[in-house]
Ligand binder design. Structure first.
Ligand SMILES: Cc1ncc(C[n+]2csc(CCOP(=O)(O)OP(=O)(O)O)c2C)c(N)n1
Length: 615
């Protein structure tokens, strides 16, 4: 494909009279932009803060765009690549840590390039609102030599998506559009544009480009280096790079959501707003640096832009004043400029604007079916390798039944490693049984290879597959274990028992999560079994309480001995009442939130908890 370096422009919808303007969340605006850009195939694995993008895209007509949930992010990217190979515009969506999962495919696709435009939306989570780390996608994009575009608000998102596809096809490269939690989940008015229909390209029958074997890859690496230089030049003149010259005292280079904060707190500074952090328009940055007395870079998380500028020998201030961890806000940016002496200290720092909410520890929902697994594990004094999902909350009080949690799909292999240390006489003998706990979606995402590995290597572990029939953590999406697609169509439903048996697990049992005695019994037997044993803890999630609510439980205060056993369930529906016994509070149950799971009744030694009469 020709690399002219000139991007064909599609008309951007301007704020014309009668323009259709809607308040859209950043994620909805990104989906809108993909649809307007003529995307034909889209795939994603859910993950906060990115999940709503595919949900929104699935709201557009099926004839326009095929949209699917994939089992994990690498699969999602591979599906999008397949569509790109076939010459249509394709999209893959994930949260920042998902890019680690997809990185292997990305590192090859960057060599291959694209046929139909290929865009990957990656949503970062500065401040770690709902993630296992705070990594900066821009560093990975640079490593992969993939251009990264960073809209600064929802309004810009559709235009950035259109540009991303144009850049992808013009420069023969995948493009990352990066969002962050604040952008993804903030609403602003967005001008809606029309969809452009992009003609499908012929399959590019060129193995040297499409088949990455060493002799071909060697030829492609120099092409990547040329591409980097051409893209850098493109961003020198692109409309996406915006220069606003005001005062000469301070000049700020910024991008994404940080741009809004800079404008709010240092309104008289000159600002060079970059389209993204890689590749950078060197000439433009040099000229800007020369035109101001003091140069700042304001960027959330890593000093990606700052380091590149400093490497060119340009004097610049950045991370010395603006933190490298946590989420930015106007207060954080203001404090940075005050520290740098660019703003007077008016004594209205962080503390004035910073309102700390009352701490409220996250807990499992009333009636959460995951509860029983951790109650029985705690009693069995198991060493528990956890995984990522709602159930990770069982790591904290009062359940406190998870010892480790690393990344999606880590639990089973972590458990294998733990189990292999058992019986090592020279290191002392650890007796606690080893159990891995993993949710249904996480199991399908990346739990199967480690399960196969555990069987293959004869690990003596128990796996608890916590099947709540949904991806609860991200708001209740479907997956191959629910038997429903993203658009709600019926499809094959994975049968976990057969999957486990087919890879050689000899002990598999499905147990009703609400039956504590059965869970205890199954765990004992599984632990006693030599080899890999799998318990499938099976009960629907309570995410839709209207659907699953049973009879609420009630405390018969007259017989309650205030023993607090039910408190150890960690259910938010149970609280202390005003009645006392033996110097301790008796308990009460909120009938509005109680699901009727009966966990509390099953552990009550005095039978004081009974199904309510509703009176
Ligand atoms: C690599 C990666 N992708 C996505 C996520 C977001 N995420 C965290 S847990 C999870 C799945 C949870 O579903 P499941 O395993 O079924 O457990 P549940 O929350 O339903 O209990 C997802 C999608 C993540 N943390 N890491």
């Amino acid at each position: 494909m020709a690399q002219t370096g000139r991007v064909a422009k599609t008309a951007a919808p301007s704020a014309r009279p009668n323009a259709d303007v809607r308040p859209l969340m950043g994620n909805e605006a990104l989906a809108r932009g993909a649809w307007e850009a003529g995307v034909r195939v889209a795939a994603a694995y859910p993950g906060t803060p990115s999940t709503e993008i595919l949900e929104a895209l699935s709201g557009y007509p099926e004839e326009d765009v095929y949209a699917q949930w994939s089992t994990n992010e690498k699969v999602s990217l591979d599906v999008a690549m397949g569509a790109s190979f076939e010459g249509v515009r394709a999209l893959s969506v994930m949260k920042h840590v998902g890019l680690n999962v997809a990185a292997d495919a990305l590192m090859s696709m960057t060599y291959i390039g694209v046929n139909g435009g290929l865009v990957i939306i990656v949503c970062d989570d500065p401040g770690i609102h709902s993630s296992q780390n705070e990594q900066d996608t821009r560093a990975l994009a640079r490593f992969a030599m993939v251009p990264v575009l960073e809209p600064s608000d929802a309004q810009e998102a559709p235009a950035f998506m259109r540009h991303a596809y144009e850049i992808s096809e013009t420069f023969d490269t995948p493009v990352i559009v990066r969002s962050t939690t604040r952008l993804s989940h903030t609403r602003s008015p967005v001008v809606l544009g029309e969809r452009i229909e992009v003609a499908r390209r012929e399959f590019d029958d060129n193995p040297v480009k499409n088949v990455m074997i060493p002799s071909h890859a060697r030829l492609r690496h120099p092409v990547l280096l040329e591409r980097e230089a051409k893209l850098g030049k493109y961003f020198e003149t692109s409309a996406l790079t915006e220069l606003e010259m005001l005062g000469r005292a301070a000049g700020v280079i910024t991008t994404s959501i940080s741009h809004g904060y800079v404008k709010e707190v240092l309104g008289d500074a000159s600002v060079l707003k970059l389209a993204g952090s890689y590749p950078l328009p060197e000439r433009k940055i040099r000229d800007f640096a020369a035109s101001v007395e003091r140069l700042f870079v304001v960027e959330e998380l890593e000093p990606v832009i700052e380091d590149q500028i400093r490497a060119w020998g340009i004097k610049v201030d950045g991370k010395e004043f603006f933190p490298r961890d946590g989420e930015f806000s106007p207060e954080v940016v203001r404090a940075g400029f005050v520290k740098a002496g660019a703003l007077p200290d008016m004594g209205i720092g962080d503390d004035v604007f910073h309102i700390e909410p009352t701490p409220r520890p996250p807990v499992l929902c009333p009636g959460c079916p995951h509860t029983s697994a951790y109650m029985v594990l705690r009693q069995a004094e198991a060493r528990v390798a956890g995984d990522i999902g709602c159930y990770t909350l069982a790591a904290i009080e009062p359940l406190r039944a998870i010892d480790t949690c690393v990344s999606m799909g880590s639990s089973i292999a972590n458990a294998t490693g733990m189990a292999k240390t058992r019986g090592m006489t020279k290191t002392g003998v650890e007796q606690r049984p080893v159990v891995a706990t993993i949710g249904d979606s996480t199991f399908l995402h990346s739990g199967l290879p480690p399960l196969i590995d555990a069987v293959y290597n004869n690990a003596d572990i128990t796996v608890m597959l916590l099947d709540n029939h949904i991806v609860a953590m991200t708001g209740g999406q479907d997956h191959p274990g629910t038997g429903k697609t993203l658009r709600g169509e019926q499809t094959h439903r994975v049968d976990y028992e057969s999957v486990c048996r087919s890879v050689g697990v000899k002990w598999v049992r499905t147990v009703d999560s609400y039956d504590l005695a059965a869970m205890h019994k199954a765990l004992r037997e599984a632990i006693d079994f030599k080899g890999v044993a799998v318990i499938i803890s099976d009960r629907e999630c309570v995410i839709d309480p209207v659907k699953v609510k049973g009879i609420a439980m009630e405390v018969r205060a007259e017989s309650c001995t205030a023993c607090q056993s039910c408190m150890n369930v960690g259910c938010p529906s149970i609280s202390w009442s005003d009645e006392w016994f033996d110097g301790r509070h008796k308990v009460k149950i909120d009938p509005n939130t109680c699901i009727g799971c009966t966990f509390c009744a099953q552990v009550c030694p005095s039978d004081s908890i009974q199904p309510g009469t509703g009176l």
